[in-house]
Design a protein around this ligand. Structure first.
Ligand code: F6P
Length: 529
């Protein structure tokens, strides 16, 4: 496509331009920022100039982003490889218009489930339950686990724990010390077949029975497979269902968010939904230039597909967002880690980037060295609140903000050899030693970053952030021509694990396995006690 070539030529022409030079445009900071309510997204510290931005917007237009967006919101079956609509947005369409799938408005069903969740959550919060254990994995774990940690200041319900790994250590460590008589176990699984979740659920059931609890009244299930939840022995009254048009990694807005609702209460959960809904409305109506999800996507496309930066770091300066990078890894990498386009052709460019990161400032003392002085450029996505939740510790928050701002400034500015020499001279070094030491203190600079700022990390703001990134992934997927809503790439490993289970047990021989796998199985057989 011509527009891709145009963007690549632009990149060639400006690759060595210093980022700081762009700030000769005195309006740059505002012109390359988007304000939505109290949230500000600043992408001015990237090498995108006005012409490049116009071309990026043209790319979004040429690839049909707005039409696809409208199709998604309208309930069209845009997840073509699974023949499903994509309507997680309906879960937060609190007082919005009807959403029609196959001629039927899905909103009454959504509202009915939400009402049931609210009354169940209130009941749990009032009933003396001390601990909630959510058993789920991937999209049935990462969202609520991340959000419960993020919204700790709003947490006034029972303690919440999350068990995901099939490693027995996870459930053993979690259940240790819990009272089986006052614990609620929520089995969260869209399909109710996921081996990790079902294994953990059975273990939790046995634990509860052994320790005087009653799984009949202390288990609940969140799933699209209500026949399977019943077969597991969970009363239909304690099952919260959802439809196949909610993808696992997009599901925390509905029943999968039950543990969050129990933690922060139905009102807090409503605020979370409202934040997501506000981002949806903005995404649907704002012009591309003013559209936060679209511009965030275009920045992503620019860095990954055009500039060739294969990874991006998510760097929330908020200890309570420490699980956000994990959550984004599934959201982004399971959605856009594809090699085949929607039309069956091979992808003609790299698809989703490697997403990683950690909460600031901890990352600064771990991997930022490579971000500043390594040979690879890693676009960084900073986020920070203007306020913390600890007024008595406001000086901590000042330091946190200063660190966040210092990093994006340092990445952009860098430090030249001349500046490094001066520093070494000031330390009294001379001659070849000065030269040698100075070189190690050079920062190349020109390393791009974006910054997302908001007044405070409350439920509404978290809803905005998550919906922002969901739409970002969607827009990038449309531009790349891939389906962001399937995940066939997780299947092969699951199938092989099933076939390996009896081999590991020693019930069947490792016939047909490669010699490495056979030897590794042998090692296990020799060493397993
Ligand atoms: O990893 C594959 C996957 O299907 C994810 O997409 C999903 O979030 C996770 O497994 C859990 O699936 P389920 O909710 O059906 O147990």
């Amino acid at each position: 496509m011509e527009i891709w070539d145009a963007l690549k030529s632009r990149h060639k022409a400006i690759a060595d331009r210093p980022l700081l030079a762009l700030f000769e445009d005195v309006d740059r900071a505002d012109a390359f920022s988007i304000q939505l309510q109290d949230m500000r997204f600043d992408y001015s510290k990237t090498n995108i100039d006005r012409d490049t931005r116009a071309d990026l917007i043209k790319l979004a237009e040429t690839t049909g982003v707005s039409a696809k967006r409208d199709a998604m919101f309208s309930g069209a079956r845009i997840n073509e490889t699974e023949d499903r609509a994509v309507l997680h947005t309906a879960l937060r369409n609190l007082d919005g218009a009807p959403v029609i799938v196959e001629g039927v408005d899905v909103m009454p069903g959504v509202r009915n489930t939400l009402t049931r969740m609210r009354s169940f959550a209130d009941q749990v919060r009032d009933s003396g339950v001390t601990d909630v254990v959510n058993i789920g994995i991937g999209g049935s774990d990462l969202g609520p686990a991340m959000a419960v940690a993020a919204l700790h200041p709003y947490h006034d319900g029972p303690r919440c724990h999350f068990v995901s790994n099939v490693d027995g250590a996870h459930i053993a460590d979690t259940l240790e010390g819990l009272d089986a008589k006052t614990t609620l176990v929520i089995v969260a699984s869209k399909t109710f077949t996921t081996i990790e979740t079902m294994t953990n659920a059975r273990t939790a059931k046995a634990w509860m029975l052994d320790h005087g609890g009653d799984p009949k009244t202390q288990f609940a299930a969140l799933s699209t497979a209500e026949d399977k939840t019943e077969a597991f022995g969970i009363d239909p009254d304690r099952v919260f269902g959802f439809e196949d048009w909610v993808g696992g990694r997009y599901s925390m807005w509905g029943p999968i968010g039950l543990s969050l609702m129990i933690a922060i209460g139905p009102k807090g959960f409503d605020a979370f939904l409202r934040g997501g809904q506000a981002m949806d409305r903005h995404f649907q109506v704002a012009e591309p230039l003013e559209n936060m999800p679209i511009m965030l996507s275009l920045v992503g496309i620019w860095h990954n597909q055009i500039c060739g930066h294969a990874t991006r770091a998510v760097l929330p300066y908020d200890q309570r967002l420490r699980y956000l990078p994990d959550y984004f890894q599934q959201l982004e990498m399971e959605s856009n880690g594809k090699s085949v386009q929607m039309n069956g052709a091979d992808a003609d460019t790299h698809t989703g980037p490697v997403v990683w990161g950690a909460a600031g400032t901890n990352g600064q003392h771990a991997f930022y060295q490579l971000i500043h002085q390594g040979t690879r450029v890693i676009p960084c996505e900073f986020m920070i609140a203007a306020n913390g939740h600890e007024p008595e510790l406001a000086h901590h928050h000042t330091l946190l903000i200063a660190n966040c701002l210092a990093q994006s400034e340092a990445l952009m500015r860098g430090r030249s050899l001349t500046e490094a020499r001066k520093l070494m001279q000031a330390k009294g070094l001379t001659g070849s030693e000065l030269e040698r030491q100075a070189r190690h203190r050079v920062f190349p600079g020109n390393r791009p970053s974006t910054t997302l700022m908001y007044p405070r990390l409350d439920p509404y703001t978290l809803g905005q952030i998550i919906a922002l990134y969901e739409h970002r992934v969607f827009v990038e997927g449309v531009i790349l021509g891939i389906n962001s809503f399937d995940q066939w790439g997780v299947e092969l490993g699951k199938e092989l694990a099933t076939s390996l289970q009896p081999i590991v047990e020693g019930e069947t021989p490792a016939t047909g396995k490669d010699s490495s796998t056979s030897a590794l199985v042998n090692y296990i057989h020799t060493h397993r006690e």
